[in-house]
Design a protein around this ligand. Structure first.
Ligand code: FAD
Length: 284
């Protein structure tokens, strides 16, 4: 399908982006890689009379790895994540997850900022960022503010970002311990039927930290604090794994769609989470 007519804006800096947003209000929307927004415009699910391309805005494409934090600019692509060795050295879960997003063509264009800002429950990076306790930097007419990934998602396509704000960066505390991103999908290039992001820290035989987030099993990503708590203080025996899966199932709220009925999705979620925990533990 062909999208409805729109005016194309390509500002050279963030002030220019904010000016167009202020002038046109709800009629304006920023575009990063365009791999979610353009299909929605073509399907007439999004009406965007003023499209603001972010590609010429400087300072949004860097990956900055410091000793305690990682800053990823909003225009960094999934391909950039996969090929950045310094990033993979400190946070390998980002590469493991990015490799499971769509296909190479999409990953060359799809950005981290677009993936987390969109609010699509099927996107993989929101849950990943919740697991890593990331925060999002937003810039708007009143300046800059930070929102935790765990507080950002309100409902499908509804987030804490105001319409006149632009997400400029994702900031992640450097993770430690074992990690796994496990995703079940129907075929290569598909969104998740269920996906789990897990980070664990082991001391001796005991789990002392566990962060777990699930994707495409509710209308928002689900950070399951109770699932993580079920693992802490245990040696990840079968009882602990069962308790974590039960806690996670209590937190998710899947709906039936072309990826399967509710009971199937819950079953897949349990299998995926167990696999992710076991792989993270083996790496911890
Ligand atoms: C065939 C196909 C398969 C896919 N499969 C997957 C998958 O398995 N997993 C997955 O996670 N994703 C998947 N995607 C989505 C892909 O990763 C998208 O590229 C990504 O979600 C959005 O990034 P983008 O840069 O293209 O954003 P855009 O399409 O440019 O924007 C998406 C939305 O976010 C807003 N936005 C973008 N950037 C910003 C910003 N900096 N600040 C504020 N708002 C912003 C836009 O206004 C728009 O509403 C798939 C896409 C396609 C086409």
């Amino acid at each position: 399908m062909i999208p409805a007519a729109f005016e194309y804006h390509r500002p050279k800096d963030m002030a220019g982006v904010l000016a167009v947003l202020e002038e046109h209000g709800d009629d304006a929307r920023v575009m990063a890689g365009g791999h979610s927004l353009i299909p929605m415009m073509k399907l007439r699910m999004a009406d965007v009379p003023h499209l603001i391309d972010l590609q010429d805005v400087g300072g949004l494409s860097d990956i900055d790895v410091q000793s305690d934090t990682i800053r990823i600019g909003a225009l960094v692509t999934q391909h950039d994540i996969i090929t950045n060795d310094a990033l993979t050295a400190v946070a390998p879960i980002l590469r493991e997850a990015a490799l499971q997003i769509a296909d190479p063509q999409v990953r060359y264009m799809g950005t981290v900022g677009g993936n987390v800002a969109n609010g699509d429950p099927g996107n993989d990076m929101p849950g990943l960022m919740q697991c890593l306790d990331a925060s999002f930097t937003l810039v708007g007419p009143n300046g800059e503010r930070t929102v935790a990934a765990r507080e950002f998602y309100e409902a499908a396509y509804m987030t804490a970002r105001e319409d006149d704000e632009v997400l400029t960066a994702v900031v992640i505390p450097v993770p430690s311990g074992g990690y796994a991103y496990e995703k079940q999908k129907r075929k290569i290039g598909d969104y998740a039927t269920a996906a789990a992001a897990v980070q664990l820290i082991k001391q001796g035989d005991t789990c002392v930290h566990a962060a777990i987030a699930m994707t495409n099993l509710s209308d928002t990503p689900i950070f399951s604090e109770d699932a993580g708590a079920a693992l802490i203080g245990t040696s990840l025996d079968d009882a602990a794994l069962k308790a974590a899966v039960a806690a996670m199932l209590n937190d998710i709220d899947p709906t039936e769609d072309n990826r399967g009925p509710i009971a199937f999705k819950k079953h897949v979620a349990g299998v995926i989470l167990r696999r992710a925990i076991e792989r993270a533990w083996s790496r911890a």
